[in-house]
Write a protein that binds this ligand. Structure first.
Ligand SMILES: *Cc1c(COP(=O)(O)O)cnc(C)c1O
Length: 228
């Protein structure tokens, strides 16, 4: 695996997509998804200039964050959350992208150490009705956004989605665009200032950027295959 080459290529594709749709250079944040990747690889990518990393499994993340304490990484939690992990997540992470239940948001709010300032939050939206996937349907987003926005130790930043794999870029674009529209209508309806669309992974991030993604979450495209 050649992290340097992979990073260079991903950054080029991001910049190209930004330019093609008339967005500012640097308006898209690269979140390196490091689940099932080594501490050494994370450190190497950090040395190459990547500062935001995403993890999906709390125990694995906790070990890495402890091992990398001296490295000023901004950590994002992007996986499903059980309530017994909320205390640890609230203390170790800067962002949580995967909120689909008020109960979990309330626990994070309660456990967030005050000296760290508000925890950045995205609501996970399920745009296609997939029973197996976590995330709430767009209809319930208003209710959840309203409630989460009132929790003082959380900062509601935006929406996240993981659409099913889709080969037709037009359908894919339409889905991502739906998330973009949803964020703007929630902002209007509730008087919020959400500014984050966390969408796009290794296989579809270019389309996501064209539909307005502000954070792309890229794992295997950067690190190569995950270790089992
Ligand atoms: C694993 C994961 C990713 C990264 O997926 P790749 O296909 O490796 O880019 C992005 N987002 C979430 C929520 C994930 O769990």
């Amino acid at each position: 695996m050649n992290l340097h080459q992979n990073l260079k290529q991903i950054k080029q594709l991001i910049t190209q997509a930004e330019v093609e749709c008339g967005r500012d250079h640097g308006s898209v944040l690269l979140l390196a998804v490091s689940k099932q990747q080594s501490i050494e690889a994370i450190n190497e990518l950090f040395q190459l200039g990547v500062t935001h990393f995403g993890e999906s499994y709390f125990q694995e993340a906790q070990q890495k964050i402890n091992a990398l304490q001296s490295v000023p990484i901004c950590w994002h939690f992007i996986g499903p959350i059980q309530s017994n992990k909320t205390k640890g997540i609230a203390a170790l992470f800067h962002w949580v992208h995967s909120i689909s239940r008020l109960k979990i948001a309330e626990c994070l709010n309660e456990f967030r150490p005050l000296n760290l300032g508000p925890l950045n939050i995205c609501l996970q939206i399920n745009l296609v009705d997939e029973k197996t996937k976590s995330g709430i349907s767009p209809e319930y987003a208003v209710e959840l956004a309203r409630a989460v926005s009132q929790l003082p130790h959380l900062k509601l930043r935006g929406l996240m989605t993981i659409p099913p794999p889709q080969h037709d870029p037009q359908i894919q674009y339409a889905l991502f665009n739906e998330l973009n529209q949803l964020m703007h209508s929630l902002n209007q309806e509730l008087g919020l200032d959400m500014d984050t669309l966390s969408m796009g992974m290794s296989s579809d991030f270019v389309t996501a950027i064209k539909a307005g993604a502000t954070i792309v979450r890229i794992g295997q495209g950067l690190f190569g295959e995950r270790q089992k």
